[in-house]
Design a protein around this ligand. Sequence first.
Ligand SMILES: Cc1ncc(COP(=O)(O)O)c(C=O)c1O
Length: 383
Amino acid sequence: MNPLLSRLQPYPFERLRALIADAPPNPKLRPIDLSIGEPKHPTPAFIKDALVGALDGLASYPRSIGLIELRQTISAWLARRYGIPAPDPEKQILPVNGSREALFAFAQTVINPERNARVVCPNPFYQIYEGAALLAGATPVYAQNVLEVKDWEGVQLVYACSPGNPTGRVMPLAEWQRLFALSDRHGFVIASDECYSELFYGKPSTGALEAAHKLGRAGYPRLVVFSSLSKRSNVPGMRSGFAAGDAGLLKSFLLYRTYHGSAMSVAVQKASIAAWSDEEHVEENRRLYEEKYKAVLPLIKSPLKAEMPDGAFYLWMRTPLDDREFARRLHHEHNVLVLPGSYLARDADGANPGRNHVRVALVAPLEDCVEAARRLMEFSKSL
Ligand SMILES: Cc1ncc(COP(=O)(O)O)c(C=O)c1O
């Protein structure tokens, strides 16, 4: 067996299942599950139609590099969305089967484990970064603020996530500037996870390619961004996203992917072209989430605390008691499932930054989100 497998941590949902195993939910209330970050708004009909219309594509093996039409569509989308020159579809863009597999595979491509490699992850964070680092033979470094890491010795890769899961925070241009300066000084690669980029509330979130362009970083040195249709277009089951940025890194990534066998089905590529070419459904999607925040946030009062995030679809809520106990009792007494924040973070400098927080994903229908907020308040008043 690969000994590195034993270093993987249990996934947060596995820990949640164990936490609630001996505390059955209140059967008098209908269940409301806000624990998983899975989009639940309907998939637009035109994307389904495009997929069905492209089923002939199943008759051929797809190429790892993907159809040029898809890469051109993504290039045009990036140029429109971020006001950057259209990236070269031959060298600066690769289709990926959702950002998750790509964020994982990227570490296997860029890490040299012979050099005591370290990988910086945000904290709290999306656990795939940690697993990717461990299976690449590197040691994860958990940083509440990546810019404040003191020791950069051996750091080969930094994961950034903006808008962040679970906080919804967007990295401003000034922070990208400081991160790029650190990358120039220490030589590490930046993997920018932007799978929530289209769920913003207020001004459009800054992307890493946009930041690099504004700062005159031609060719996006040591930077690759990862984006996805899952949340943007409500197609988490389609497994479609892209990686874009530094052509040298993407060349090695393509080589890795050719052997890994992660080419995207031609049918999915054609449906993805349709999805990236339309913004109307994305606007409607944002509107639906915004409506939920507007309905839910005014209901959340002390001792709970939550603020409107810059982006994504979570409430990162402060709890008046230990987050695990809070989640367990909320489920047991009120049949609402949320994720303890400490499961999304690691102890660093003597503290777990997810402690006394829960992540509430506003993915259920509006009425369920409002009902969950009402039950959350009822529960917190009873404490
Ligand atoms: C921060 C973050 N990155 C990446 C992903 C993966 O999304 P997908 O593989 O569907 O693009 C998720 C999914 O929940 C996520 O929360």
